[in-house]
Every structure is written in C-alpha cells, then in structure tokens.
Design a protein around this ligand. Structure first.
Ligand code: HGY
Ligand code: MN
Ligand code: MN
Length: 402
C-alpha cells in the first residue's frame, strides 16, 4: 500500500464535506461535520479501532486493553472559512493510516492507542476554541457553552444537537496517569521545511495566543447633513487602530498581531458608523511579550478614542499559553524521523491544550509555499507517506506497557 497516495485519496474525499465555495469550510457541529464524522469512522474501522463520540464531540478510536493507559494521537476535523484540505484533518487521517500500516506489517502496538478527531480547534464558528482537548485536560470553562455563533446558536445547543452533551463535558477530564502522551501530525503552515528541503519537522514548542473583542463607539447621524468637523465616526477610529496595531507589531520581534474581522453598525451607506467591532489576535512564543503587547494595544486604542472622541473597549475572549514540547518525546520523534529538523510552531494546535494533560510533541509535514488557511494549501503524497512511516515507527517504539 502507498500510504501517501491513500492519504491523498482520503483527504480528497473528505474535502467534499464542506459548505459550497472556494476551499474547505467545515465548522463544528454542522451537517458538514456530521458527514466528515462518517468518513472518519470508516478510517478508524479500517485501522481496527473501537469508535465512540465523547460528550465534547470528539470522535475517539481506541485499540488496546480497555482500561490501560493510552498514548493519544490526533488533530482537528474543522477548518477555517475557505480553508485548505490538510489543516487538522490530515493529522487524523495519517494517525489512522499509521496504525493500519502497523497492523498490515503485523507489528504489535506496545500500549493502548487512541486516535482523536477533535471537533473545534479553529474557534471560527464560536468565539472560543479547543473544546475537545480542554475537556480531556479538565480546563474547559463551562461559560463557553453560552457563546453564540453568527446565527445566535449557542455552542452548547449545537453540541447537544450533534450528539455531544454539554452537561457531561466537564466530567471528561482524564486522569493524567491514564495518558502516556500526545502526538499531533500537522502541516507546518509555514515555509521553513520547504526552504530546508525537508519533508518532515519535529516541533520544539507552540506559540501562545490570545483573541480580543475590540469596540469603538461613536455617534451615528445623517451622512449628508452632519458636518465633517466634529463627527464621532466609530469606523474612522477603528481604521486608525487597524493601521496603528499593524505598524506597531512590525517592530516587535516574533510577535504576530492580526485584526481578522470587523463589523460596523448601522452598516448603511448613508449613516455615520456609531459602532465598530473588531477582533484582535496576538501571538508570541513568550507569554510575557504577548501580555506587554496587549497593554500597548489598549493604550493605542485609548489614545485614538480620545483623538476621535469615541468610546473604546478591549476584552480578551480567549487565551492559550505557549507550550514547550516534551524533550523525551521530541527525541523519540527524531529517532523515528531521521534527519527531520527541529522547529517552533507559529500556529496553535490541539496540542496547545493537550499539554495541560500530558507530554506533547508534534510532527510537521512540509506544505507547498508554506500556504495554509487558503484553498491552495497542499501536502504531497510522498511527504504524507513519509509522515505515516515516521508515526508508525514512533508508535511502535513507545515504551511497552503490557
Ligand atoms: O490559528 C491557528 O494557529 C490554528 O490554525 N487554529
Ligand atoms: Mn490546525
Ligand atoms: Mn488552522
């Protein structure tokens, strides 16, 4: 079996579980997610796994003794809007193929293994993320179930309708003694491996991230009769903020600041905007620098609000600290992927939250042009085949836990 070509076929098929439009759009607890679940169940069945859906909507495939400590491997099934067909779901596919490859070769697994297909890593549909891994780590804030999507549907309602159970999520927390570690296979989403001409990379650490809701409040009025002088235009203030944040962040080494979405009220052609709401995402591998930039952004916003005579507010809605990967797992993965360089992750992952439960490590797969969160996202069959072989070697070499 060419595991890389099989991976490509499987990812081409599951990419169809998407809203119409460019690329892949598959949000958690939607019909697209339900369709993808059926396909993933097929992958898990072919890997000989016992399948169940947990209360947080994570699809779990397990092999090995029922109550033995398990090594976990997986990633997320969801995508951004108009995203690629590899981010997240490739890690689920390659995990199943690695176990299938070991079964085919008659190589015994040294311990119980669970493949995890997490429902919501991107945090695009609801203003929160990582529900699945946080549930296993026991770090879910029950408040998140009241958060709503653009249609006013709450996370809890959507989860329950999908087959999860919001009331049981807090009880999913695993005993750390029952988990041996976590491996996530993921496209790099950056150019380092392509520039190094390497198919695989071993991740040493994952950057920290926070997301903020920012609001400017001014005064609406008739676009034709209110003089320009003295307007309290919320969108003009927001525009100043967007430019100021971008230009300031460029001078902060290693920092990424992104204003990814903006909405305006009353949002009509002939009225002055009275309100502008924006998202501000900040990332850095050092959490203290990220906090410093948050404080700087707050000062920038307050100064603009004063100059534009508007109100200003910034509220952190999500944060995930930077996490180091486990040195022993890093060394074991390097053994399984000879020659693979070490590198940090500027993207965040399910592993960021799993690190609160157990030692974690990630295997990066080269992606063309470092492109991700776009329809052009691509990983080659050869590179995915190399990842399946490396993951199989890594799992087979785990300490024996009979
Ligand atoms: O945004 C990220 O870093 C990840 O792809 N969710
Ligand atoms: Mn991802
Ligand atoms: Mn992503």
């Amino acid at each position: 079996m060419d595991w890389g070509l099989e991976a490509q076929d499987r990812l081409n098929e599951i990419a169809g579980c998407s809203l119409t439009g460019p690329g892949v759009t598959r949000f958690p607890f939607t019909p697209e997610h339900a369709a993808a679940r059926k396909i993933i169940e097929g992958w898990m069945t072919r890997a000989g796994l016992e399948i169940r859906l947990d209360a947080a909507g994570t699809l779990i495939g397990r092999t090995g003794p029922a109550d033995a400590p398990a090594f976990l491997i997986g990633s997320h099934q969801d995508s951004v809007r108009g995203g690629g067909q590899y981010d997240g779901i490739m890690g689920v596919a390659l995990a199943c193929l690695a176990i299938e490859a070991l079964n085919t070769r008659g190589t015994p697994l040294p311990c119980a293994i669970e493949v995890l297909a997490f429902a919501d890593e991107e945090g695009v549909r609801f203003p929160t993320a990582l529900l699945g891994p946080r549930a296993l780590a026991g770090t879910v804030d029950p408040e998140v179930f009241t958060l709503e999507d653009r249609d006013g549907i709450s996370l809890g309602t959507a989860l329950d309708a999908f087959g999860g159970a919001q009331g049981d999520v807090v009880g999913l927390a695993r005993d750390p003694g029952s988990v041996l570690g976590y491996l996530e296979i993921h496209i790099e989403q950056g150019p380092a491996l392509e520039q190094a001409d390497q198919p695989l990379g071993v991740v040493t650490g994952i950057c920290g991230i926070e997301r903020n809701a920012v609001r400017f409040a001014g005064q609406t009025g008739h676009a034709g009769t209110v003089p320009m002088e003295g307007r309290r235009d919320a969108l003009v203030a927001a525009a100043d903020f967007v430019t100021a944040i971008h230009d300031t962040a460029r001078n902060w080494p290693g920092l990424r600041a992104t204003i990814g979405s903006i909405s305006v009220f009353p949002d009509v052609v002939n009225a002055i905007p009275s309100e502008a709401r924006l998202t501000l995402e900040i990332r850095h591998e050092d959490d203290r620098r990220r906090a410093d930039f948050h404080a700087e952004a707050r000062e920038i916003g307050a100064a603009i609000a004063q100059a534009r005579n508007t109100g200003f507010g910034i509220e952190q809605t999500y944060a995930q600290p930077a996490v180091p990967c486990d040195p022993a797992l890093v060394a074991a993965l390097e053994q399984a992927a000879p020659g693979a360089p070490r590198l940090p992750s500027g993207a965040t992952h399910d592993a960021s939250a799993m690190a609160d439960l157990c030692p974690v490590v990630m295997l990066f797969v080269r992606c063309r042009g470092g492109i991700s969160h776009r329809p052009e996202e691509f990983a080659s069959a050869d590179d995915m085949g190399a990842a399946v072989d490396a993951a199989a070697r890594f799992l087979a070499a785990l300490p024996n836990r009979d």
